[in-house]
Write a protein that binds this ligand. Structure first.
Ligand code: AHR
Length: 675
């Protein structure tokens, strides 16, 4: 064996570690009392708020890409899942002469196609594709069908395509001809007569003989920016509304793989769409309670599309690269140090792909794919949730090589996962931080999957971090209502409110915390593995959770500089169940307060604003609240917990707001600077 398997870590599995619940306390009750005197000093800037402060972490989990963002409606379009006909049903008369025969090729990037042999067509021979828990098709929207096809023998001359609803009624139909003995792509368009969330697609073959098919595809045309074979517009719009400062991709554990053979290899995800190497999705089999045997990565969204998405969103791209380690919750397989070179080369080539001139090998590929301009990559993550000396041993040569060629590249170092959920977590994190004192990566990535109490109780988490050390990336966090990744977790108001409380602490510490992102991002209502998630979708619709609105309110009201905000001389980190941060926006001359009232009673916040000439008379409020901590949004009630807008008046030097019970406020008001 030329690979070392870390046996100790192999015993653990994510399923064993996740799903455990921690003891919980209720949000304490407080009595309404005197107005709380809060003080903001606008003349004392604590730190600039990085434009990257609020971003997105995108991993293909919960059918986030195939079956989600990627608008392809055909599952297993190239017959390259382990079971070639998974997602398909062969349609034929019983007992008659027809079969579907998977054919292997010698091309590892396009390893299989399907041969349809028809000796006796009976009442018809065809294939039905079930889509991703059905296909969501829309009335009046043209859908582009395409197929790679080659006549092998006989006279199969035409293919008839039908879109049918769940009862079999035909909603659209088309026919293509022109099959010959060469591989070619044939196309047609179908426009459904009805909207249907659970449609299927039938393709019927006319004639007798054998025909070879591959890359059977159906896309709606109402994609993001109208791009052919593109992304679901409604889902990208939800991301765009977050106004993200960065896009971290592609994971997450998916970077690492269950073992190294399943790791994310970006080179397999670029170039011609039919040459991308279909790979099992590691979330396919991770959780026994949520098996997804039909979850694969077609890489229709690969690294080029990720970079493009980041550009569309005006977000800094943040790729994470495998550093020769498989997921330490699974096999923890390690590549031997003397075999690390290809992993290092992958990192260097990735930077060339993103930023290199079109005269370079990988820069040319980017240009050939449609983007001659560089993507302006500035940061690179080395591994996802890695820990132990094995990580440092791999991290060091990787970073040395990157820095040698690209000294400006900012390195993101891992700190394992949330110390509470992996073996000896706190000790491992301590060890890594000791290493980082010496190695000084620009950025260190920390993850938190804890219960709501923890998020409220740790609004001061970053108060004592070294201001002169590496900057912090809170790369994954989400409050778990039951236990880590428990299938019973809900995106309820208590989790969202508690995250808002924690986030005031992140913002107060903008001096060290420069990037933050919730995790996971997306979940298909029927195809998910992990909950809670920021955005839920089905084949036709999508909605933001209460947690989504918290993220959106922070991100769209970030401001440019943090200011001190105090209660009795101290930062507001839970006294009287209040949590708060203050910022100013230098571009608009506005003061922006973010205030969480986690008490079950209304409280009056009386804010005196110092260090300014005067406040404008009128200000704006955004309020997110619910009296029911267990409430959450659903497809039927997508806006149950969503922001309301209101206004208030100042007295020129301060403002008073009655904060509803269990509420999160954005308070915005213009001001005049001191002369
Ligand atoms: O967000 C889900 C998973 O949680 C990520 O893949 C991993 O980084 C973390 O353990």
């Amino acid at each position: 064996m030329n690979k070392i398997v870390n046996i100790l870590l192999a015993i653990g599995s994510v399923a064993l570690v996740y799903g455990c619940s921690a003891p919980r306390a209720e949000i304490p009750v407080s009595s309404p009392g005197q107005p709380l005197a809060l003080r903001v000093d606008a003349s004392q800037v604590i730190a600039p708020i990085a434009p990257t402060m609020y971003g997105i972490f995108f991993e293909d989990i919960n059918f986030a890409i195939d079956g989600g963002l990627y608008a392809e409606l055909v599952k297993n379009r190239s017959f390259e899942f382990d079971k070639p006909l998974r997602g398909w049903k062969f349609l034929k008369d019983e007992g008659l002469g027809a079969r579907a025969l998977p054919i292997s090729t010698s091309n590892p990037r396009n390893s299989r196609f399907m041969r349809i042999q028809i000796n006796d067509p009976g009442t018809g021979v065809g294939l039905m594709n079930e889509g991703f828990r059905g296909m969501g098709i829309k009335k009046g929207i043209p859908h582009d069908f395409s197929i790679q096809v080659k006549g092998f023998e006989g006279n199969v001359s035409a293919i008839r395509i039908e879109l049918a609803d769940s009862l079999g009624a035909i909603l659209a139909e088309s026919r293509i001809t022109g099959i010959n003995e060469n591989w070619q792509t044939l196309e047609t368009t179908l426009t459904p007569s009805k909207t249907e969330a659970k449609a299927v697609m039938n393709i019927w073959f006319e004639g007798v003989g054998s025909v070879d098919i591959d890359m059977v595809s159906l896309f709606p045309t109402d994609t993001w920016k109208g791009r052919k074979k593109g992304l679901r517009a409604d889902l990208v719009e939800l991301l765009a509304d977050l106004n993200p400062g960065f896009l971290r991709f592609p994971g997450g554990c998916i970077v690492e793989g269950f073992d190294l053979s399943q790791r994310y290899q970006w080179k397999n995800t670029v170039g011609d769409i039919d040459d991308r190497v279909v790979t099992i999705n590691r979330w396919n089999f991770e959780f026994d309670h949520r098996p997804a045997p039909d979850y694969y990565q077609s890489f229709g969204v690969g690294f080029y599309e990720y970079f493009l998405l980041a550009e569309d969103l005006d977000a800094e791209p943040m790729p994470i690269i495998n550093c020769g380690m498989a997921c330490q919750f699974n096999t923890g397989e390690l590549v031997p140090l003397d075999e690390l070179e290809p992993y290092i080369q992958d990192a260097l080539d990735l930077i060339e792909f993103a930023n290199g001139s079109i005269d370079t090998k990988w820069g040319k590929l980017r240009a050939d794919m449609g983007h001659p301009e560089p993507f302006n990559l500035k940061m690179l993550g080395i591994g996802n949730e890695q820990w132990g000396p094995q990580y440092i041993e791999r991290y060091v040569p990787m970073v040395e090589a990157v820095k040698k060629s690209y000294p400006e590249m900012q390195i993101i170092a891992a700190t394992g996962s949330d110390g509470s959920i992996f073996p000896n977590g706190e000790e491992e994190i301590k060890y890594l931080w000791e290493q980082y004192q010496k190695l000084q990566p620009e950025i260190v990535d920390e993850h938190f999957y804890r219960n709501p109490d923890w998020f409220r109780e740790n609004a001061s988490w970053y108060d004592d971090y070294d201001r002169d050390g590496p900057k912090l990336f809170v790369g994954e966090y989400a409050s778990q209502s039951v236990g880590v990744a428990s299938p019973d977790n809900k995106n309820n108001w208590e989790t969202a409110l508690s995250e808002a409380a924690f986030m005031t602490g992140l913002e107060r510490n903008a001096e060290v915390v420069q990037m933050t992102s919730y995790a996971p991002l997306f979940a298909h209502a029927e195809g998910w593995q992990w909950t809670p998630d920021l955005i839920w979708f089905n084949n036709l619709d999508a909605y933001g959770t209460a947690n989504y609105y918290v993220q959106k309110m922070f991100s769209n009201n970030a401001g440019t500089h943090v200011l001190p905000l105090t209660y009795e001389g101290e930062p507001v980190t839970g006294q009287k169940n209040l949590y708060a941060s203050a910022a100013k926006d230098e571009e608009t001359n506005e003061l922006i307060l973010k205030v969480v009232n986690a008490a079950d009673v209304a409280q009056e916040g009386s804010f005196s604003i110092e260090g300014i000439e005067s406040l404008k008379k009128n200000g704006q409020l955004q309020i997110l609240s619910s009296q029911d901590l267990s409430a959450f949004n659903t497809f039927d009630q997508t806006s149950k917990i969503s922001p309301r807008e209101s206004t208030f008046e100042t007295d020129g030097n301060g403002l008073s707001i009655t904060l509803e019970p269990y509420s999160f406020y954005i308070i915005r008001v213009g001001f005049e600077q001191l002369p």
